[in-house]
Ligand binder design. Structure first.
Ligand code: HEM
Length: 535
């Protein structure tokens, strides 16, 4: 038979299995020597000085000195937990992904986060929330790296460093921490009006969720599914919380930032420990893959646009139950590495230019955040499917690879490893014959229709909250010209919204510079009356 080039087990190599760091009853050094004393350094007499010879002192302090790793460049503040996803089987006609076959259960790890604050910032700030799910499927991992808002600030990944530079604290004073109440944020979104749609969602109650248990999640981009026959479908992914969508009031959010900055983290852990397991339903909006990549006149490759649910209902395809808190925050929530491009056969990407850049960014940042190219060997990231790759060596390599020929084809390891007929296939989408160019399609130019649609779809109470949020956040700007430019954007969304915020700021109300979009309010955009689809 063919030589075995799998990573050998501990028993096969004679090497011990990876340690859990807490074996045996006795305190030891990192190299396993039992210690008699860990409370006193080795000194020349009881009054010192301390001796350089003290290996235990040096090991203990050196290791401590290197305990911190860089926090995530965005989404630094977050918390995770384990759960199980059970498929309904309703997606079997559109995807061959095994984990979506009826009644299949898959282990998952979920990480919820804010975007802008640093690791120790408060949970209840006004911000977008991350909703990232790692499915450990039998066919390899699937990372659904989403947010609680269905659209994004920008249309092209090349602008991501720019929006994040503008939204993070000012470079001179490093304030404000995790809020949109500052000049650079409003400078950016008023100059890049494609950001107005995401911004109005942030200024709504969606920007201050009551709990991670009461948040929707969105894959944002359009993805392409492939079924057993090779037929393709375009979809958008949605998570619906069983408890419905609920938010804090701004006053509650502000108080909680002081009283309990860990409010969301505590709420998640306490609920799980009490057996009130958070539940979400995964659903898809389904669009025919006709080649034009649009639905009801909405460009499906523009991540600043969503498709209202009454035009394309969300079809439930499975259920997630979160039922286990982490054992170790660092090992799990900090070291987990999500990547949009981690997907099993049956799911593929589209040409959304924001998605395309994300395919590069996550791996790149994890190379430095997690110290080199072997971070998928960290326990929380390890697939539950067998791994047999030709990646070798590198910092923090834990595998002991067998065989001599990590290349294909080879004649030395009996051709091992083989490629598989049922392996991942990139959908051979036809690429249009077109000039190589730095330009967006014209359909990306409409920045106000859906922003106005969102505003008009809110109840009067929700509209009041939005007006207060814009007024509060803009009042924190130092530069009057920036407030005026944002008021101009509001005038292009809706005169009532603009007038109320202008009055609150004590500034004149500008006239619109574009015709107001003719849109019909969408009942599904308001959070009032939200129900779980299978109830
Ligand atoms: C992290 C979502 C756009 C770069 C994250 C996380 C989420 C997320 C949920 C946190 C993952 C975790 O919990 O560990 C999104 C969504 C986007 C988006 C929904 C747009 C639809 C982008 C873009 C880029 C980007 C355009 C870059 C071009 C990053 C980076 C991290 C991150 C570098 C940190 C990852 C790490 O250190 O592990 N994103 N993101 N994101 N995102 Fe995005």
């Amino acid at each position: 038979g063919a030589p075995d080039t799998r990573t050998p087990t501990g028993a096969e190599t004679g090497l011990p299995a990876p340690a859990n760091g807490q074996q045996g009853a006795y305190l030891t050094t990192a190299t396993g020597v039992r210690l008699r004393d860990t409370d006193h350094s080795l000194k020349a007499g009881p009054r010192g000085p301390s001796l350089l010879q003290d290996h235990h002192l040096r090991e203990k302090i050196t290791h401590f000195d290197h305990e911190r790793i860089p926090e995530r460049v965005v989404h630094a503040r977050g918390t995770g937990a384990h759960g199980t996803f059970t498929a309904y089987g309703t997606a079997e006609s559109v995807t061959k992904a095994g984990f979506l076959k009826k009644n299949t259960e898959t282990d998952v790890f979920v990480r919820f986060s804010t975007v802008l604050g640093s690791r120790g910032s408060a949970d209840t700030v006004r911000d977008t929330r991350g909703f990232a799910v790692k499915f450990y499927t039998d066919e390899g991992n699937f990372d659904l790296v989403g947010n609680n808002i269905p659209v994004f600030f920008i249309q092209d990944a090349i602008k991501f460093p720019d929006i994040i530079h503008a939204a993070k604290p000012h470079p001179d004073r490093e304030i404000p921490q995790a809020q949109s109440a500052h000049d650079t944020f409003w400078d950016f979104v008023s100059l890049h009006t494609e950001a107005q749609h995401h911004t109005i969602w942030n200024m709504s109650d969606r920007g201050i969720p009551r709990s991670y248990r009461t948040m929707e999640g969105f894959g944002v981009h359009t993805f392409r599914l492939v079924n057993d026959a090779g037929a393709t479908t375009l979809v958008k992914f949605h998570w619906k919380p069983k408890l419905g969508v609920h938010s804090l009031t701004w006053e509650e959010a502000q108080l909680l930032s002081g009283l309990d900055p860990d409010f969301h983290r505590r709420d998640l852990y306490d609920a799980i420990e009490a057996g009130a397991f958070p539940e979400y339903e995964l659903g898809i909006q389904v669009f025919p893959d006709t080649g034009e990549e649009a639905f009801a006149g909405i460009d499906l490759l523009d991540p600043t646009k969503m498709v209202p649910e009454e035009l394309a209902p969300v079809q439930p395809i499975g259920k997630l139950v979160i039922d286990r808190t982490p054992t170790n925050f660092f090992a799990e929530s900090e070291q987990v590495a999500f990547h949009l491009g981690t997907m099993p056969p049956g799911i593929d990407v589209t040409n959304d230019p924001l998605l395309q850049g994300r395919l590069f960014s996550y791996v790149d940042t994890q190379l430095s955040r997690l110290g080199g190219p072997n971070y998928n060997q960290i326990p929380i990231n390890r697939p539950h499917a067998p791994v047999n790759d030709m990646l070798r060596d590198g910092f923090h390599q834990h595998a002991v690879h067998g065989g001599v020929a990590p290349y294909r084809p080879n004649s030395l390891d009996g051709g091992n490893p083989s490629t598989a007929e049922d392996g991942f296939v990139d959908v051979p989408v036809i690429v249009a014959e077109a000039p190589k160019i730095r330009q967006n399609p014209a359909s990306f130019d409409d920045h106000y229709s859906q922003t106005r649609l969102f505003w008009l779809s809110m109840t009067p109470t929700e509209q009041e909250h939005i007006i207060s949020a814009y007024t509060f956040e803009l009042s924190k700007c130092y530069e009057q010209a920036i407030k005026e430019r944002q008021l101009q954007a509001l005038a292009n969304i809706d005169p009532v919204l603009c007038r109320q915020v202008a009055t609150g700021l004590g500034l004149p109300e500008p006239k619109p510079t574009v015709p107001l979009a003719d849109v019909t309010p969408s009942p599904t955009l308001s959070q009032i009356g939200h129900t779980w689809p299978t109830d």
